[in-house]
Write a protein that binds this ligand. Structure first.
Ligand code: BG6
Ligand code: MG
Length: 216
């Protein structure tokens, strides 16, 4: 097989936590009297916590309203909201098609990794019962650049001992698709709604994942 590894995004790909990130930011935005819509939220997918806050501030013309210390406190409030929302996650929250796709990849001798910039990724994987299911999980604390920078995908490939062109990345965000392509990988997009760069394979949901026809 040409492909050696599958690199999964977490939020919005392995599980539907993207909607919890949105809810948690929406609670914060409402409390500040800021506008923040689901369309705005597309820009936040795959983007780090502080970069996400900066986008919300920019949307509301409030870039200069807070000190760094105040912004860190706002990020903490968002994360407290988020932790509350994800506290009930169980293995039943793994999205359809993901477990079968991973099983097929492993059966074919491929490696699997997680490329999430979320610092909550280890806790979410544990709640899903997937803490020990991947050959490599990127450490978001060590990633210095948010997607669309390819850093996290490149780190995953290199940590597994492969080149970008050996890997397929799966993403639900425009920033993620750009990151996968910049890392030299083939991309599978899951319901990527804002799309200046088309994924190589575009799916409406993870239920459409099919190892035999999509992995060469
Ligand atoms: C990404 C999400 O996976 O993680 C973003 O798509 C989120 O929406 C980012 O902002 C950072 O997550 P966390 O959990 O570290 O705030
Ligand atoms: Mg995502």
């Amino acid at each position: 097989m040409k492909t050696k590894a599958i690199i999964f995004d977490l939020d919005g790909v392995i599980t539907d936590t993207a909607r919890y990130h949105f809810k948690a930011w929406k609670m914060l935005a409402d409390s500040l009297g800021f506008g923040f819509t689901e369309a705005d939220n597309e820009r936040l997918k795959g983007v780090s916590r502080m970069d996400s806050l900066n986008i919300i501030l920019e949307i509301n013309g409030a870039e200069d309203r807070f000190t760094l210390e105040e912004k860190e406190a706002l990020c903490k409030t968002k994360n407290d909201n988020y932790i509350q929302l994800i506290s009930q996650i169980t293995p039943a929250d793994i999205l359809p098609g993901i477990s079968d796709f991973m099983a097929a990849a492993k059966a074919a001798g491929l490696s699997c990794a997680v490329a999430s910039v979320s610092k909550n990724a280890p806790a979410v994987l544990k709640s899903l019962g997937l803490a020990d299911s991947f050959d490599y999980v990127a450490d978001a604390k060590k990633i210095t650049r948010s997607k669309p920078d390819p850093e996290i995908f490149t780190v995953c490939a290199e940590s597994l001992g492969f080149k970008g062109s050996d890997c397929i990345g799966i993403e639900d965000s425009q920033a993620g698709i750009e990151a996968i392509h910049a890392a030299g990988m083939k991309s599978i997009g899951i319901n990527v709604t804002v799309c200046s760069l088309e994924p190589d394979i575009h799916l409406k949901s993870t239920a459409e994942l099919d190892f035999a026809s999509m992995v060469d």
